[in-house]
Design a protein around this ligand. Sequence first.
Ligand code: ATP
Ligand code: MG
Length: 471
Amino acid sequence: MKAIMEVHDLSVTTSEGATLVWPISFTLEAGVPLTLLGETGSGKSLLAQALMGNLPPALNASGRVIIDGENLLEMPPQQRRRWWGRRMTMLPQEPWHALDPTMRVGAQINEGHRLVAGLEPAAARHAMYDDLEGLGLADSEFKLPAQLSGGMAQRAAFAAARAGNAPIVIADEPTKGLDSARRDDVVRLLAQALGSNGGLLTITHDIAVAEQLGGTVMIMRRGECLESGSAETLLKAPQSAYGQQLMAANPQHWLARHQHFNPADDTVLQARSVSLSRGGKSLFDNLTLNLYRGEVLGINGASGSGKSSLGDLLLGLVKPDAGKVERAPGIASTRFLKLYQDPPAAFSPFWSLGTLLHDLCRLHKLSWDSVPPLMERLGLAPDLLERRSDSISGGELQRFSILRALLLEPVFLFADEPTSRLDPITQQQTLELLVELARERHCALLLVSHDKALIDHACDRQLSLEAPIRG
Ligand SMILES: Nc1ncnc2c1ncn2[C@@H]1O[C@H](COP(=O)(O)OP(=O)(O)OP(=O)(O)O)[C@@H](O)[C@H]1O
Ligand SMILES: [Mg+2]
């Protein structure tokens, strides 16, 4: 078997000398997918960035990464950059970081085919249409990234990253927030990109993705590789205690909730005969819904079926085409809140998280005392407060956004895919904590997820939105 990339003792350290990834060695074989599973904050994304050569300036990679006899870590930065998109490409954890917010989706993909792959204009346009079609984005050619749903942005970023046909693909959580049909589509595309000669490193929290990809699996925790082996054996019978816990926490094994919630008639929000359509398609029609304090209502549905739009409508961020939404009187508007699907977009990267939270407390006259215990319950180490939002892991930031929302004592919290960036163990813990706090504080929790098992597990009632016509 041909080694397409050899990694020897690769480690990542901070300029103060702390080790974030301990020396790790592995080989990316041509045609054999390598999938990285592991705890949130365990160093998976940093490992991927070290391989690509786009670590933040305060972090250093050492060791050797060999492709075609050349050690990437010794290559001048300009030369490495010339490899991006051509020899190796990365789909970063946050699709918004891979897309230009001012440029239409079709044009971005087209540019990759033309400028990176070097296709003639007509061929590039053709390839762009094929990509959009294949990813169910046929009607998104002229949309700006901000007009896409989270799952759609993920697929658009995938097409843009792949346009240069680089043989080595590194994909950081390429299926988060996607329903199972879309997830299968992305897995198929990754496998296709790999072919028999390419290299593929996928980072995922979704064990089903690791199963579907096959090949080799590595499990990471706290900056270390705990074990690696063939997907077939490792996923069925992991050797490490952590690997066993991780497999057992797969949402597919979670139990559905049996406890029934009795709403004391404490309505916090009421939607009366609301309808909404987008781009000529009706998302929901004549929908009437009462939300009670302390209840957990789940919304399940395919990517793009209108889950987030319904939540936005209930919050008053989107106006219904017909009908109306009424709030219980006498409650401050700051207590009707949304947990955004995309945490990096909701935090300024220019201030430390500690400063942002202190400002929030000052602005809303809240006591700081509730911050440390809540951080502990969310599994967030105190030293993370000193860092900025772009210097912590995706899952850590997701838990910070939960923390920030809970500090404001919401009476209605619309949580849009609130655990999509967490490993199954942390996901379960965080979800249970969110439900527990909603009950304790009499907050109505509207939980949106593409994952039916998660909704079944956590919610008192659920609403399923029909899938739109697939493009
Ligand atoms: N710029 C930075 N400076 C210091 N520490 C950092 C920086 N970026 C990330 N870290 C820390 O390094 C650790 C690993 O981060 P990384 O983003 O690789 O985790 P991850 O395994 O990808 O997690 P997730 O599954 O949540 O995305 C985390 O504890 C994170 O807080
Ligand atoms: Mg990550």
